[in-house]
Design a protein. Structure first.
Length: 385
């Protein structure tokens, strides 16, 4: 099998890249280890805050408008609280003339819509389930070996997640730094209406976020030290529900669990480069960051948006795997990724400690930013990208 581009990983970022190239004259293969099965019952515990910029990107690929929007909730306001019981920072979509700061969407809802579009895409072949076994490449082509045979292409894109097989096979050097924290996710029905507001509480030992989903439901992300996370996950469900409500000061009253809690270890991972000759990495295969800003998947979508733009605007260059072409993509993405990783890393260090001087600094900082309308609006506009 011979293609211009082979994408390894049929998750959100890999599928979005394939869809972004649907109007091109390129032949594309999307290789995924697991066969996609559309499941609609219940609520997915994997919830993402999708920025307006990412919405525009997904809409251009045809998938956003075809999702089940009865399961999508806007974030019209965000409230952030310090650990002194008084410091608060609020962001409002109305202040910047936007309908929403973000949209809260289940991973499954997005992926179902994307795969329907991918299945109808004329220049795309989905190869799934498929297990990758090796890669070989030279100056002209790259070969991806599968259990069922081999694929040849000009460009191989790794969109296969934080434990990327392709990243390891291609020899990208990584030095991930564990945060020694675990993100606990779960969904609940709240006693009080959330009013399309997202809440976030910074504590000395962790960060708790409430994200609104339809029907007065919420999804939580509770990032705590791994030892505490292990203890929380071992609690009976009714006790865990009580602890979540108490941590928020019962902001939405009593809670009722919809999906049981699950934990995901957190780490920071940076690469010197996202590309090699004929290989590019996108999404979690290329970078990991702390989830406190809710920007991880948006960074991945911006990777896909930039790579598709570079490929579509390559001019007379017919070779999609040309290293100079891929370097253009890598340079374009470096500042955005570094900025987000640095910001979240500094905030994690600033808030998750017991130093009294830093406690005073972080809470004072929240109040100062809240009083500066121009600064708040600038931060909002950056997050909207």
């Amino acid at each position: 099998m011979d293609f211009d581009i082979t994408i390894v990983g049929g998750g959100l970022v890999g599928a979005s890249l394939a869809l972004a190239l649907k109007e091109s004259d390129l032949s594309i293969a999307l290789v995924e280890a697991r066969k996609h099965e559309e499941i609609s019952e219940g609520w997915d515990s994997r919830i993402y805050a999708i920025s307006p910029g990412s919405v525009d990107f997904l809409d251009s690929g045809g998938s956003w408008g075809k999702m089940d929007h009865s399961r999508v909730s806007p974030v019209r306001e965000m409230r952030i609280y310090g650990d002194d019981g008084a410091s608060e920072l609020r962001f409002s979509a109305e202040d910047v003339g936007m309908p929403a700061l973000a949209w809260i969407v289940e991973s499954r809802n997005m992926l179902n819509s994307m795969m329907k579009e991918c299945s109808a895409q004329e220049n795309l072949e989905i190869i799934s389930p498929a297990r990758c076994t090796g890669i070989l490449w030279d100056e002209k082509r790259i070969e991806l070996d599968l259990e069922e045979g081999a694929i040849h292409s000009g460009l191989l894109v790794g969109a296969d997640g934080a434990r990327s097989w392709l990243r390891a096979q291609a020899g990208f050097e990584t030095s991930p730094r564990p945060y020694r924290q675990t993100a606990i996710v779960a969904n609940f029905v709240a006693e009080k209406p959330h009013r399309d507001i997202a809440w976030q509480w910074f504590r000395k030992d962790g960060i708790l976020a409430y994200l609104p989903i339809p029907g007065n439901r919420i999804s939580i992300v509770w990032s705590v030290w791994t030892e505490k996370a292990d203890a929380l996950l071992a609690e009976p469900h009714d006790r865990f529900v009580e602890l979540v409500a108490a941590e928020s000061g019962h902001a939405l009253g009593d809670l009722e669990m919809i999906t049981p809690p699950a934990g995901f270890p957190l780490r920071l991972m940076r690469l010197d480069s996202m590309v090699k000759p004929r290989i590019a990495l996108v999404g979690d295969a290329a970078h990991n960051t702390h989830p406190l800003a809710g920007q991880g998947v948006n960074l991945g979508f911006r990777d896909a948006r930039e790579l598709s733009s570079v490929l579509l605007q390559r001019g007379m260059q017919k070779d999609c795997g040309d290293y100079h072409l891929l370097r253009r993509f890598d340079r374009a993405r470096r500042e955005d990724i570094l900025s987000m990783q640095t910001t979240t890393d500094v905030l994690q260090k600033l808030f998750n400690n017991d130093f009294s001087m830093l406690s005073m600094l972080r809470n004072t900082g929240l109040r100062m930013v809240d009083g500066q309308g121009w600064l708040k609006n600038a931060l909002i506009r950056h997050a909207l990208a």
